[in-house]
Design a protein around this ligand. Structure first.
Ligand SMILES: *Cc1c(COP(=O)(O)O)cnc(C)c1O
Length: 835
C-alpha cells in the first residue's frame, strides 16, 4: 500500500457534468472507455490491470473528451475572433494533468465512481502520473497557471514552447548532498501530448548571407548554405474550468531534416549519417537549469531560435490563410515574450518580413514593435542574457546583421534626443562593447516591443528607476506592471479539496472563477464553529504531509507542531541560509532553556540548486546536517525537527502548501521579482513571515499588516546599506552573543561531525562586508520576528482567525486577474464577462 498523498474532493459543484459531444459522461460510459483503452491501446486484460494501467487509460479517456471540445473551440470560437495571442515561453512547469482535467471538465463524481467500480481510488490513480517538469521554477509555473486562466477566460491564445525529452533534473539526497539524475519523464509515454506529423517546419542554422537583386530591382538578403533541423509539433490540450473551452499548447520536437543524410551513404559512412541525425535531435533533448555561467552555450541559443523559428512559421501560416498583406499583422497577432529567452523572435520577424516578404525596413519595424511585448522576470544583472557577437554571428548570421541595423537606427534616435552624449549611447546600446562584444537580449527586447512589464509593483518600479532607468526615460509609457498570480483551480480547489469544500459550502462556487468572492469569508472568521472546522482541515492536511515526510525521509514529525515551510529554488538571494541560522538559534535556545515555552516547530525545506551552483548546494548540505543533529538530539525531545524533502516539484508543492502554518518569504528586499510561492501559501491559510520584497508587499497590503509577520530592511534601505554600511557583519557578531554562537557553530564543526572546514565558506560569506544579500544586517530583525511568530502561535484560535483573513483577502492574486490585465492593457483584447 502506498501512502495516499491526496484526498480528492467530491464537492466540486453539484450542478451536473458539463456537456459532452461524443459520449455521455456518466460513470458507466467512462468506465467502458477506460476498459476500451486498456484493451485496444494498451493490450491489457482489465482483470489484471494495475493502477498504472488504469491511470493511463483514464488519461486517454479524458483526452478523448478534451479533443472534441478542442475541435469545437477551434471551429466555433476561434473562427469568430480576429486577434490571437501567442505566449512564447521556454518553460511550462505543468506538473500533473489528470486530476486537473477531471476537475476542469466538471466530471469528478462520475470519474470517481467509474474508477471505484474498477476497484480503485481516484487519488491512488492520480498519484501514478509523472510530473511534466518542463520548467525550472516560478517563471515556468507562471506560464502553466496562465494557460489555465487563458482557457478559463476564453482568451484566443496559444502557448508555444519546447517538448523537452528530459525535464528539470531529478534531485536525490546522498549523505545530505544534492545529486542530480535525469528526469526521463517520457519513458513510459504520456497521454497528454499529441505528436503530430503536420505541420512540420525546417529551421535553419549556420551558413552565410548573400545579397541579390529581386525583380523590382531591390537588394535583398538571402541566408544560404544552412544546416537545417525539422521542428515537429506536439500539442498538449488545456481545458478551461467547466466552460467547454479547450486550448492547446504547441511544443516543438527537433527531428533530423532527413531521416538519414543520404550524402553520407555515397561515402559509405553509415555511422556518420546516424551521428548527424542524433546531433540535430539533441536540440529538444534537455531543459537547461539556470546556471549563471551559461553564457556562450551554443545549444541553448539553438533551442531558443529553434522554437521561435518554428512558432513564427506556424503564426505566418495561420495569418496568411486569411490575409493578403501584412498591414494588419499587429491587429491579428500579439506575441508575449516570457523573459528574454524567446527575444530572438524580434530579429526573426524582421527577417521574415524583409527577406521573405520583401517589405521595407520602416514598415517591417513598425509591424514588429506593435506585435511584441516583453515580460521581465529578474533584477539580477548576472541573470540578464547576453550572447557573444561571435556565437550569434556563427549560428544566426542574418540575425546578427539585423540586430546591428536595429541598433544603428535606434542609437540614431537616441543621439537625436541626447546629442553628444556618448555615455548614454553606450548605456542604451543593444551591443555591449567592453570585454568582447555581446548582444544584450533585454535591450533588444525593450527596443523591439511596445510594452515591457515587470511582475509586481516594486519590481516594475525598480526596473524603471535602476536597471532600465534610461530606457524608461527614453520610452515614456512603455513600462508597466502586471502583478503575478496563481490559478485557484490548481492551488486551492485541487490541492486543498477539503478547504475548498468548506468554502463552497459557505460561499457557493463563484470563488472558483471569481476569487474576489473569498472576501465573504471575513464574516465567518468570527464564528467559533467555522474556525474549528477550519483548523480541523488544516490538521488533516498536516497529517497527510507528515505521512508523506515519513515516506520520503523516514523522519517522524508532529502534526501539532508549527509547520514552518520554505520551499523554492535554492539561491543565495532567497536566503534559505537565514532560515537555517534561525534554526541553529532555536536549537541553542532550547538547549540552554529546557523550560522554554516556545511552541514545537517542524522546519520543512525543499528545492533544487542549479547543478553548478556549489554554494547553493552547500546550503542544502548545511540544512540536512542541522537536521541530522537536531532530529537525533534527545535533549530536544521533538520540540524542533528539520526536514529537507528531496525533488521539489509541482505535485509535491500541492501536498505541502495546504499543510503549512508559516510561509517563509525572506529574500533580500529588492531581489525577488514577485514570487508566486508566497501566494500559494497564503491562499491555503498559512501566515507569512517576510520582507518587503516582490509581491510580499502587495500580499501584506491586501491581508492587512496585523496578519503578516514583517521584518528586515526595505529595498531602499538595502541599497543604501550596500553603499554606506552602518555596521559590519563582524560588529554585529561581536555585539550579539546569540549571533556569535550561531556563526561559531558553523566554524567549529558542530553540524559537520567535527569537520571545521565544511561550512567555513558559508561563515565567510556571512561575515563578508560586501555580502550582496545582507544576511547579517537582517538577522536580528528576523530572529525577533520569529519570536513574535512563536507567541502568536501559542494562541491557536487567533492564529486560525488570521489565517482565515489571509485566505479571504487573496482575491487579487488569481491569474484570472493577471491575464485580464495582460489581455486588456497589452494585447488589446477585451475579456468577455461570464456567458
Ligand atoms: C510556485 C512554484 C515555484 C515558485 O516558488 P517561489 O517561492 O515563488 O520561488 C517554484 N517551483 C514550483 C514547483 C512551484 O510550484
Amino acid at each position: 500500500m502506498k501512502v495516499q498523498n491526496k484526498v480528492v474532493s467530491s464537492a466540486v459543484r453539484d450542478d451536473g457534468p458539463s456537456s459532452s459531444l461524443h459520449f455521455k459522461t456518466n460513470a458507466e460510459t467512462i468506465r467502458e472507455n477506460i476498459i476500451h483503452h486498456l484493451m485496444s491501446f494498451q493490450g491489457r486484460d482489465p482483470e489484471r490491470s494495475g493502477a498504472v494501467d488504469i491511470s493511463k487509460a483514464l488519461s486517454y479517456t479524458m483526452r478523448d473528451l478534451m479533443v472534441e471540445k478542442w475541435i469545437a473551440t477551434q471551429k466555433t470560437f476561434y473562427a469568430k475572433k480576429k486577434k490571437r495571442v501567442y505566449y512564447l515561453s521556454l518553460e511550462f512547469l505543468i506538473g500533473r494533468s489528470l486530476l486537473n482535467s477531471v476537475i476542469n471538465l466538471g466530471i469528478m463524481d462520475e470519474v470517481k465512481k467509474a474508477v471505484a467500480d474498477l476497484g480503485y481510488d481516484l487519488s491512488e490513480i492520480c498519484d501514478e502520473e509523472e510530473d511534466a517538469g518542463l520548467g525550472n521554477g516560478g517563471l515556468g509555473r507562471l506560464a502553466a497557471c496562465f494557460m489555465d486562466s487563458i482557457a478559463t477566460l476564453k482568451i484566443p491564445a496559444y502557448g508555444y514552447g519546447i517538448r523537452y525529452e528530459y525535464g528539470l533534473f531529478y534531485q536525490q539526497l546522498v549523505d545530505g548532498n544534492q545529486v542530480e539524475t535525469p528526469d526521463n519523464w517520457l519513458r513510459y509515454g504520456t497521454a497528454w501530448a499529441f505528436d503530430r506529423r503536420v505541420p512540420v517546419f525546417p529551421v535553419k542554422f549556420y551558413g552565410h548571407v548573400t545579397t541579390y537583386q529581386d525583380d523590382k530591382g531591390n537588394y535583398r538578403a538571402q541566408w544560404v548554405n544552412t544546416k537545417d533541423v525539422m521542428a515537429m509539433p506536439c500539442d498538449m490540450l488545456i481545458p478551461g474550468y467547466r466552460n467547454d473551452h479547450v486550448i492547446n499548447m504547441r511544443l516543438w520536437t527537433a527531428r533530423a531534416s532527413r531521416e538519414l543524410d543520404l550524402s553520407y551513404f555515397g561515402q559509405g559512412n553509415y555511422i556518420a549519417a546516424v551521428e548527424s541525425k542524433v546531433s540535430s535531435e539533441t536540440i529538444s533533448k534537455v531543459l537547461y537549469p539556470p546556471d549563471h555561467n551559461l553564457a556562450g552555450q551554443e545549444l541553448r541559443l539553438k533551442q531558443q531560435y529553434f522554437f521561435v523559428a518554428a512558432t513564427f512559421q506556424d503564426i505566418m501560416r495561420r495569418y496568411k490563410k486569411k490575409n493578403e498583406t501584412f498591414d494588419a499583422f499587429p491587429d491579428h497577432v500579439a506575441v508575449q515574450l516570457n523573459d528574454t529567452h524567446p527575444a530572438i523572435a524580434i530579429p526573426e520577424l524582421m527577417r521574415l518580413l524583409l527577406d521573405e516578404e520583401g517589405i521595407g525596413w520602416e514598415k517591417a519595424w513598425d509591424i514588429t514593435v506593435r506585435t511584441f511585448a516583453y515580460t521581465n522576470h529578474t533584477l539580477m544583472p548576472e541573470a540578464l542574457e547576453r550572447w557573444t557577437v561571435e556565437l550569434l554571428g556563427k549560428v544566426l548570421p542574418r540575425h546578427l546583421q539585423i540586430i546591428y541595423e536595429i541598433n544603428h537606427r535606434f542609437l540614431e534616435t537616441v543621439a537625436q534626443k541626447y546629442p553628444n552624449d556618448g555615455n548614454k549611447l553606450r548605456k542604451l546600446s543593444i551591443i555591449e562593447e567592453d570585454g568582447g562584444k555581446k548582444v544584450r537580449m533585454a535591450h533588444l527586447a525593450i527596443v523591439g516591443s511596445h510594452s515591457v512589464n515587470g511582475v509586481a509593483a516594486l519590481h516594475t518600479k525598480l526596473l524603471q528607476t535602476r536597471l532600465f532607468h534610461d530606457f524608461d526615460k527614453f520610452y515614456p509609457g512603455k513600462f508597466n506592471s502586471k502583478t503575478n498570480g496563481i490559478t485557484p483551480r490548481r492551488w486551492l480547489l485541487q490541492a486543498n479539496p477539503e478547504l475548498a469544500d468548506l468554502i463552497s459550502k459557505n460561499l457557493g462556487f463563484a470563488w472558483i472563477t471569481n476569487l474576489d468572492e473569498l472576501r465573504n469569508l471575513e464574516a465567518h472568521a468570527g464564528k467559533k464553529t467555522f474556525r474549528k472546522r477550519w483548523s480541523d482541515i488544516k490538521r488533516a492536511n498536516k497529517v497527510r504531509l507528515a505521512d508523506y515526510i515519513f515516506k520520503e525521509t523516514q523522519v517522524t514529525v508532529d502534526p501539532d507542531s508549527m509547520f514552518d515551510v520554505q520551499v523554492k529554488r535554492i539561491h543565495e538571494y532567497k536566503r534559505q541560509l537565514l532560515n537555517a541560522l534561525h534554526l541553529i538559534y532555536l536549537y541553542h535556545h532550547i538547549l540552554r532553556n529546557p523550560g522554554t515555552n516556545v511552541p514545537p516547530r517542524t522546519a520543512i525545506f525543499a528545492g533544487k540548486a542549479a547543478p553548478s551552483y556549489w554554494r547553493a548546494k552547500l546550503i542544502i548540505k548545511l540544512i540536512t546536517s542541522i537536521a541530522e543533529v537536531v532530529n537525533n538530539d534527545p535533549r530536544i525531545a521533538n520540540r524542533l525537527k528539520v526536514v529537507f524533502l528531496p525533488n521539489y516539484n509541482v505535485s509535491q508543492a500541492e501536498i505541502i502548501m495546504p499543510a503549512a502554518d508559516l510561509s517563509e518569504q525572506i529574500s533580500t528586499a529588492g531581489t525577488e521579482a514577485s514570487g508566486t510561492g508566497n501566494m500559494k501559501f497564503s491562499l491555503n491559510g498559512a501566515l507569512t513571515i517576510g520582507t518587503l520584497d516582490g509581491a510580499n508587499i502587495e500580499i501584506r497590503e491586501e491581508v492587512g499588516e496585523e496578519n503578516f509577520f514583517l521584518f528586515g530592511m526595505t529595498a531602499e534601505e538595502a541599497e543604501y546599506e550596500k553603499l554606506n554600511p552602518s555596521r559590519s557583519p563582524m560588529q554585529i557578531c561581536e555585539q550579539n552573543r546569540d549571533v556569535y554562537n550561531i556563526i561559531e557553530s558553523l566554524r567549529n564543526g558542530s553540524f559537520a561531525r567535527g569537520d571545521k572546514a565544511l561550512f567555513q565558506p558559508l561563515a565567510d560569506s556571512l561575515l563578508d562586508q560586501y555580502d550582496p544579500y545582507l544576511l547579517m544586517l537582517d538577522l536580528e530583525s528576523y530572529l525577533n520576528c520569529q519570536n513574535k511568530v512563536n507567541e502568536a502561535f501559542l494562541d491557536q484560535d487567533n492564529w486560525t482567525k488570521m489565517a482565515i483573513l489571509n485566505v479571504a483577502r487573496m482575491g487579487k492574486f488569481s491569474t484570472d486577474r493577471t491575464i485580464k490585465e495582460y489581455s486588456e492593457e497589452i494585447w488589446g483584447i477585451l475579456v468577455e464577462e461570464e456567458q
